[in-house]
Design a protein around this ligand. Structure first.
Ligand code: SF4
Length: 367
Protein backbone atom coordinates (compact mmCIF):
# COMPACT_ATOMS: atom_id res chain seq x y z
CA UNK A 1 0.00 0.00 0.00
CA UNK A 2 1.30 3.46 -0.93
CA UNK A 3 2.20 5.82 1.89
CA UNK A 4 -0.74 8.17 2.51
CA UNK A 5 1.41 11.28 1.94
CA UNK A 6 2.46 9.91 -1.46
CA UNK A 7 -1.18 9.59 -2.45
CA UNK A 8 -2.42 12.87 -1.01
CA UNK A 9 0.51 14.88 -2.37
CA UNK A 10 0.65 13.00 -5.66
CA UNK A 11 1.34 15.39 -8.56
CA UNK A 12 -0.76 13.45 -11.08
CA UNK A 13 -3.79 13.47 -8.77
CA UNK A 14 -3.27 17.17 -7.97
CA UNK A 15 -3.01 18.00 -11.70
CA UNK A 16 -6.13 16.03 -12.48
CA UNK A 17 -8.10 17.79 -9.72
CA UNK A 18 -6.88 21.21 -10.87
CA UNK A 19 -8.03 20.30 -14.39
CA UNK A 20 -11.47 19.29 -13.12
CA UNK A 21 -11.74 22.49 -11.04
CA UNK A 22 -10.75 24.55 -14.09
CA UNK A 23 -13.33 22.83 -16.30
CA UNK A 24 -16.04 23.38 -13.73
CA UNK A 25 -15.00 27.00 -13.13
CA UNK A 26 -15.33 27.74 -16.86
CA UNK A 27 -19.03 26.91 -16.66
CA UNK A 28 -19.67 30.16 -14.85
CA UNK A 29 -18.83 33.79 -15.53
CA UNK A 30 -19.20 34.53 -11.84
CA UNK A 31 -16.41 34.79 -9.35
CA UNK A 32 -16.62 31.98 -6.78
CA UNK A 33 -15.40 32.77 -3.28
CA UNK A 34 -14.88 29.93 -0.84
CA UNK A 35 -14.28 30.53 2.85
CA UNK A 36 -12.38 28.13 5.06
CA UNK A 37 -12.62 28.46 8.83
CA UNK A 38 -9.40 26.78 9.81
CA UNK A 39 -5.90 28.05 10.48
CA UNK A 40 -4.45 24.70 9.44
CA UNK A 41 -6.17 25.01 6.06
CA UNK A 42 -4.69 28.48 5.56
CA UNK A 43 -1.22 27.29 6.52
CA UNK A 44 -1.28 24.11 4.48
CA UNK A 45 -2.86 25.52 1.33
CA UNK A 46 -0.45 28.46 1.22
CA UNK A 47 2.53 26.21 1.95
CA UNK A 48 1.49 23.98 -0.96
CA UNK A 49 0.95 27.02 -3.22
CA UNK A 50 -2.63 25.99 -3.98
CA UNK A 51 -4.02 29.52 -4.43
CA UNK A 52 -1.63 30.04 -7.34
CA UNK A 53 -2.87 26.87 -9.06
CA UNK A 54 -6.55 27.75 -9.00
CA UNK A 55 -8.38 29.43 -11.90
CA UNK A 56 -8.62 33.22 -11.66
CA UNK A 57 -12.32 33.21 -10.82
CA UNK A 58 -11.90 30.98 -7.74
CA UNK A 59 -10.85 32.75 -4.58
CA UNK A 60 -10.11 31.10 -1.25
CA UNK A 61 -10.66 33.38 1.71
CA UNK A 62 -9.57 32.80 5.28
CA UNK A 63 -12.25 32.95 7.96
CA UNK A 64 -11.88 32.99 11.75
CA UNK A 65 -10.32 29.56 12.13
CA UNK A 66 -7.10 30.16 14.01
CA UNK A 67 -7.92 29.61 17.71
CA UNK A 68 -5.05 31.74 18.96
CA UNK A 69 -5.98 34.62 16.64
CA UNK A 70 -9.63 34.73 17.69
CA UNK A 71 -8.85 34.71 21.41
CA UNK A 72 -9.96 37.96 22.94
CA UNK A 73 -7.65 40.44 24.65
CA UNK A 74 -10.20 40.38 27.47
CA UNK A 75 -9.36 36.72 28.13
CA UNK A 76 -5.62 37.49 28.27
CA UNK A 77 -6.34 40.43 30.58
CA UNK A 78 -8.49 38.34 32.91
CA UNK A 79 -5.88 35.59 33.19
CA UNK A 80 -3.26 38.24 33.95
CA UNK A 81 -5.54 39.83 36.55
CA UNK A 82 -5.74 36.47 38.34
CA UNK A 83 -1.95 36.13 38.20
CA UNK A 84 -1.45 39.66 39.51
CA UNK A 85 -3.82 39.18 42.43
CA UNK A 86 -3.26 35.57 43.49
CA UNK A 87 -0.31 33.26 44.06
CA UNK A 88 -0.62 31.37 40.80
CA UNK A 89 1.20 29.63 37.99
CA UNK A 90 -0.36 30.28 34.60
CA UNK A 91 0.05 27.49 32.04
CA UNK A 92 -0.87 27.65 28.39
CA UNK A 93 0.09 26.66 24.86
CA UNK A 94 3.25 28.26 23.44
CA UNK A 95 1.35 30.25 20.81
CA UNK A 96 -0.71 32.00 23.48
CA UNK A 97 2.36 33.56 25.06
CA UNK A 98 2.64 36.38 22.55
CA UNK A 99 -1.06 37.01 21.94
CA UNK A 100 -1.60 40.66 22.86
CA UNK A 101 -3.73 41.57 25.83
CA UNK A 102 -4.89 45.17 26.22
CA UNK A 103 -1.53 46.30 27.52
CA UNK A 104 0.72 43.24 27.60
CA UNK A 105 1.01 39.62 26.55
CA UNK A 106 1.69 36.67 28.84
CA UNK A 107 5.25 36.69 27.55
CA UNK A 108 5.69 40.32 28.57
CA UNK A 109 4.12 39.58 31.95
CA UNK A 110 6.59 36.74 32.42
CA UNK A 111 9.34 39.33 31.95
CA UNK A 112 8.09 41.24 35.00
CA UNK A 113 8.07 38.11 37.13
CA UNK A 114 4.64 36.56 36.59
CA UNK A 115 4.94 32.76 36.69
CA UNK A 116 3.80 31.71 33.21
CA UNK A 117 4.78 28.33 31.77
CA UNK A 118 4.33 26.79 28.35
CA UNK A 119 2.73 23.33 28.29
CA UNK A 120 1.82 20.93 25.50
CA UNK A 121 -1.62 20.36 26.97
CA UNK A 122 -3.81 20.14 30.02
CA UNK A 123 -2.15 17.00 31.40
CA UNK A 124 1.20 18.82 31.67
CA UNK A 125 -0.56 21.60 33.56
CA UNK A 126 -2.01 19.05 35.97
CA UNK A 127 1.44 17.58 36.57
CA UNK A 128 2.71 21.05 37.49
CA UNK A 129 -0.22 21.41 39.93
CA UNK A 130 0.52 18.01 41.48
CA UNK A 131 4.14 18.99 41.99
CA UNK A 132 3.41 22.38 43.56
CA UNK A 133 0.45 21.95 45.93
CA UNK A 134 1.25 25.27 47.66
CA UNK A 135 0.41 27.22 44.52
CA UNK A 136 -2.73 27.54 42.39
CA UNK A 137 -2.16 26.40 38.81
CA UNK A 138 -4.40 27.67 36.01
CA UNK A 139 -4.56 26.19 32.54
CA UNK A 140 -5.53 28.90 30.03
CA UNK A 141 -7.27 26.75 27.45
CA UNK A 142 -8.09 27.97 23.96
CA UNK A 143 -9.22 26.14 20.87
CA UNK A 144 -12.09 24.71 18.91
CA UNK A 145 -13.70 21.31 19.43
CA UNK A 146 -10.48 19.48 18.46
CA UNK A 147 -8.68 20.88 21.49
CA UNK A 148 -11.53 21.48 23.88
CA UNK A 149 -12.42 17.78 23.91
CA UNK A 150 -9.00 16.93 25.37
CA UNK A 151 -9.44 19.55 28.09
CA UNK A 152 -13.00 18.26 28.68
CA UNK A 153 -11.60 14.85 29.68
CA UNK A 154 -9.77 16.53 32.57
CA UNK A 155 -12.66 18.82 33.49
CA UNK A 156 -14.80 15.79 34.30
CA UNK A 157 -12.20 13.86 36.31
CA UNK A 158 -9.71 16.23 37.93
CA UNK A 159 -10.35 17.17 41.55
CA UNK A 160 -7.03 18.76 42.48
CA UNK A 161 -7.90 21.69 44.77
CA UNK A 162 -5.07 23.85 43.42
CA UNK A 163 -5.92 23.37 39.74
CA UNK A 164 -8.41 25.20 37.54
CA UNK A 165 -9.08 25.94 33.88
CA UNK A 166 -9.80 29.27 32.24
CA UNK A 167 -11.91 28.34 29.22
CA UNK A 168 -11.65 30.40 26.07
CA UNK A 169 -13.00 27.62 23.85
CA UNK A 170 -14.95 28.33 20.69
CA UNK A 171 -17.48 26.28 18.75
CA UNK A 172 -17.35 26.28 14.95
CA UNK A 173 -20.80 25.51 13.39
CA UNK A 174 -22.68 28.40 15.10
CA UNK A 175 -19.85 30.75 14.10
CA UNK A 176 -20.30 29.60 10.50
CA UNK A 177 -24.00 30.45 10.75
CA UNK A 178 -23.17 33.99 11.88
CA UNK A 179 -20.76 34.35 8.96
CA UNK A 180 -23.41 33.22 6.43
CA UNK A 181 -25.85 35.74 7.88
CA UNK A 182 -23.51 38.72 7.44
CA UNK A 183 -24.46 41.11 4.64
CA UNK A 184 -20.95 42.50 4.40
CA UNK A 185 -19.37 39.17 3.40
CA UNK A 186 -19.70 37.70 -0.04
CA UNK A 187 -18.82 34.05 -0.46
CA UNK A 188 -20.58 31.01 -1.84
CA UNK A 189 -19.35 27.99 0.11
CA UNK A 190 -17.60 26.71 3.22
CA UNK A 191 -14.57 24.46 3.32
CA UNK A 192 -15.13 22.91 6.75
CA UNK A 193 -12.20 21.84 8.95
CA UNK A 194 -11.32 18.15 8.92
CA UNK A 195 -9.93 17.93 12.44
CA UNK A 196 -12.89 19.66 14.11
CA UNK A 197 -15.18 17.47 12.01
CA UNK A 198 -13.39 14.32 13.18
CA UNK A 199 -14.74 15.19 16.63
CA UNK A 200 -18.17 16.67 15.83
CA UNK A 201 -18.95 14.68 12.66
CA UNK A 202 -20.65 15.97 9.53
CA UNK A 203 -24.18 16.22 10.95
CA UNK A 204 -23.73 19.53 12.83
CA UNK A 205 -23.21 21.32 9.49
CA UNK A 206 -26.40 20.02 7.88
CA UNK A 207 -28.45 23.05 8.91
CA UNK A 208 -26.24 25.22 6.66
CA UNK A 209 -27.43 23.82 3.30
CA UNK A 210 -30.91 23.13 4.69
CA UNK A 211 -31.55 26.58 6.18
CA UNK A 212 -29.33 28.79 4.02
CA UNK A 213 -29.06 26.83 0.75
CA UNK A 214 -25.31 27.08 1.25
CA UNK A 215 -22.74 24.40 0.30
CA UNK A 216 -20.30 22.83 2.74
CA UNK A 217 -17.41 20.46 1.98
CA UNK A 218 -15.46 18.89 4.82
CA UNK A 219 -11.83 18.66 3.87
CA UNK A 220 -8.56 17.30 5.18
CA UNK A 221 -5.25 19.09 4.93
CA UNK A 222 -3.11 17.49 2.25
CA UNK A 223 -3.17 19.17 -1.18
CA UNK A 224 -5.40 16.43 -2.65
CA UNK A 225 -7.79 16.73 0.32
CA UNK A 226 -8.12 20.50 -0.04
CA UNK A 227 -8.59 20.33 -3.81
CA UNK A 228 -11.24 17.61 -3.44
CA UNK A 229 -13.13 19.92 -1.09
CA UNK A 230 -12.84 22.86 -3.48
CA UNK A 231 -13.96 20.72 -6.41
CA UNK A 232 -16.98 19.51 -4.47
CA UNK A 233 -17.98 23.06 -3.58
CA UNK A 234 -17.76 24.28 -7.17
CA UNK A 235 -19.85 21.32 -8.36
CA UNK A 236 -22.44 22.10 -5.69
CA UNK A 237 -22.48 25.81 -6.52
CA UNK A 238 -22.78 25.26 -10.29
CA UNK A 239 -25.55 22.70 -9.83
CA UNK A 240 -27.28 24.86 -7.21
CA UNK A 241 -27.49 21.74 -5.13
CA UNK A 242 -25.99 22.49 -1.72
CA UNK A 243 -25.29 19.74 0.77
CA UNK A 244 -22.64 18.71 3.26
CA UNK A 245 -20.08 16.71 1.30
CA UNK A 246 -17.65 14.82 3.48
CA UNK A 247 -14.49 14.58 1.37
CA UNK A 248 -12.47 13.54 4.44
CA UNK A 249 -14.28 10.26 4.97
CA UNK A 250 -11.15 8.45 6.04
CA UNK A 251 -11.46 10.22 9.40
CA UNK A 252 -14.81 12.00 9.60
CA UNK A 253 -17.98 10.05 10.33
CA UNK A 254 -21.48 11.54 10.24
CA UNK A 255 -21.88 11.10 14.00
CA UNK A 256 -18.30 12.15 14.84
CA UNK A 257 -16.41 10.78 17.81
CA UNK A 258 -19.33 9.92 20.07
CA UNK A 259 -17.21 9.27 23.18
CA UNK A 260 -15.51 12.68 22.81
CA UNK A 261 -18.86 14.37 22.21
CA UNK A 262 -20.36 12.80 25.35
CA UNK A 263 -17.44 14.18 27.38
CA UNK A 264 -17.77 17.62 25.77
CA UNK A 265 -21.51 17.68 26.54
CA UNK A 266 -20.83 16.70 30.12
CA UNK A 267 -17.96 19.16 30.69
CA UNK A 268 -19.28 22.28 28.98
CA UNK A 269 -22.33 24.36 28.28
CA UNK A 270 -22.77 26.41 25.14
CA UNK A 271 -22.25 30.09 25.87
CA UNK A 272 -21.63 33.38 24.16
CA UNK A 273 -17.99 34.05 23.31
CA UNK A 274 -15.90 37.09 22.62
CA UNK A 275 -14.00 36.91 19.31
CA UNK A 276 -11.05 39.22 18.87
CA UNK A 277 -12.20 42.50 17.42
CA UNK A 278 -15.50 40.97 16.32
CA UNK A 279 -17.47 41.38 19.53
CA UNK A 280 -19.55 38.88 21.45
CA UNK A 281 -21.02 36.13 19.29
CA UNK A 282 -23.94 34.20 20.79
CA UNK A 283 -23.75 30.43 21.28
CA UNK A 284 -20.18 30.14 19.97
CA UNK A 285 -18.34 29.33 23.21
CA UNK A 286 -17.85 26.39 25.56
CA UNK A 287 -17.89 27.40 29.21
CA UNK A 288 -17.32 24.85 31.97
CA UNK A 289 -20.59 23.41 33.24
CA UNK A 290 -21.81 24.41 36.73
CA UNK A 291 -21.46 20.76 37.66
CA UNK A 292 -17.67 21.23 37.50
CA UNK A 293 -17.48 24.78 38.86
CA UNK A 294 -14.68 23.71 41.27
CA UNK A 295 -12.36 23.60 38.25
CA UNK A 296 -13.60 26.77 36.56
CA UNK A 297 -11.10 29.61 37.07
CA UNK A 298 -13.75 32.17 36.09
CA UNK A 299 -15.85 31.04 39.06
CA UNK A 300 -12.99 30.36 41.45
CA UNK A 301 -11.59 33.89 41.23
CA UNK A 302 -13.71 36.97 41.59
CA UNK A 303 -12.57 38.68 38.40
CA UNK A 304 -13.77 42.30 38.22
CA UNK A 305 -15.05 43.85 35.03
CA UNK A 306 -11.95 45.04 33.22
CA UNK A 307 -11.72 47.59 30.45
CA UNK A 308 -10.03 46.02 27.50
CA UNK A 309 -8.73 46.90 24.07
CA UNK A 310 -8.92 44.24 21.38
CA UNK A 311 -6.86 45.84 18.62
CA UNK A 312 -3.72 47.88 18.84
CA UNK A 313 -3.51 51.03 16.78
CA UNK A 314 -3.30 50.23 13.08
CA UNK A 315 -4.07 46.50 13.47
CA UNK A 316 -6.99 45.29 11.37
CA UNK A 317 -7.19 41.71 12.66
CA UNK A 318 -10.97 42.12 12.91
CA UNK A 319 -11.13 42.41 9.10
CA UNK A 320 -8.45 39.80 8.46
CA UNK A 321 -10.30 37.27 10.62
CA UNK A 322 -13.39 37.34 8.43
CA UNK A 323 -11.53 37.52 5.12
CA UNK A 324 -12.59 41.10 4.33
CA UNK A 325 -9.03 42.33 4.04
CA UNK A 326 -5.75 40.72 3.06
CA UNK A 327 -2.64 40.86 5.27
CA UNK A 328 -0.65 42.98 2.80
CA UNK A 329 -3.37 45.63 2.98
CA UNK A 330 -2.55 46.27 6.62
CA UNK A 331 -0.24 49.26 6.93
CA UNK A 332 1.77 47.46 9.63
CA UNK A 333 2.29 44.21 7.71
CA UNK A 334 6.00 43.31 7.63
CA UNK A 335 6.83 46.78 8.94
CA UNK A 336 5.94 47.24 12.61
CA UNK A 337 4.24 43.83 12.63
CA UNK A 338 6.33 40.78 11.81
CA UNK A 339 6.43 37.15 13.01
CA UNK A 340 9.29 38.00 15.39
CA UNK A 341 7.43 41.08 16.63
CA UNK A 342 3.68 40.57 16.27
CA UNK A 343 1.46 43.59 16.86
CA UNK A 344 -1.78 41.70 16.34
CA UNK A 345 -2.98 38.20 17.15
CA UNK A 346 -3.12 37.15 13.47
CA UNK A 347 0.68 37.44 13.28
CA UNK A 348 1.39 35.26 16.33
CA UNK A 349 0.58 31.67 15.48
CA UNK A 350 1.95 29.78 12.48
CA UNK A 351 -1.74 29.30 11.61
CA UNK A 352 -2.57 33.00 11.72
CA UNK A 353 -3.41 34.51 8.33
CA UNK A 354 -0.86 37.32 8.66
CA UNK A 355 1.83 34.97 9.95
CA UNK A 356 1.23 32.53 7.09
CA UNK A 357 1.45 35.34 4.53
CA UNK A 358 4.63 36.64 6.14
CA UNK A 359 6.24 33.22 6.51
CA UNK A 360 5.76 32.09 2.94
CA UNK A 361 6.45 35.55 1.51
CA UNK A 362 4.07 34.93 -1.29
CA UNK A 363 0.79 36.70 -0.95
CA UNK A 364 -1.24 34.48 -3.19
CA UNK A 365 -4.38 36.57 -2.94
CA UNK A 366 -6.49 37.87 -5.77
CA UNK A 367 -5.86 41.51 -6.71
S1 SF4 B 1 -0.28 42.55 9.92
FE1 SF4 B 1 -0.19 42.61 12.15
S2 SF4 B 1 -1.12 44.54 12.71
FE2 SF4 B 1 -1.76 44.07 10.62
S3 SF4 B 1 -3.69 42.96 10.80
FE3 SF4 B 1 -2.05 41.46 10.73
S4 SF4 B 1 -1.61 41.06 12.87
FE4 SF4 B 1 -2.75 42.99 12.83
Amino acid sequence: MAEPTKVYRNKKIVDSLIKKIKEESEKTEEKIRIMHVCGTHEHDLVKAGLRSLLPKNIELIAGPGCPVCVSSAQDVDEVLWIADNHNTTITTFGDMMRVPGSSESLYQAQGRGIDVRIVYGVSDAITIAENSPEKDVIFFSVGFETTSCVTAAEVVRTTLPNFSIYSSHKVIPPAMELLVQRDDLEFQGFLAPGHVSTIIGSKPYEFIPEKYNFPVAISGFEPVDILMGIHSLILQINANSPRVDNTYGRWVKPEGNTAALRTIDDAYVISEARWRGLGVWPATGHEISDKYSHIDAKKKYDIPELEFKELHSGCICDEILIGKTKPNECQLFMKACRPDHPVGACMVSHEGTCNVAATYEEIQWED
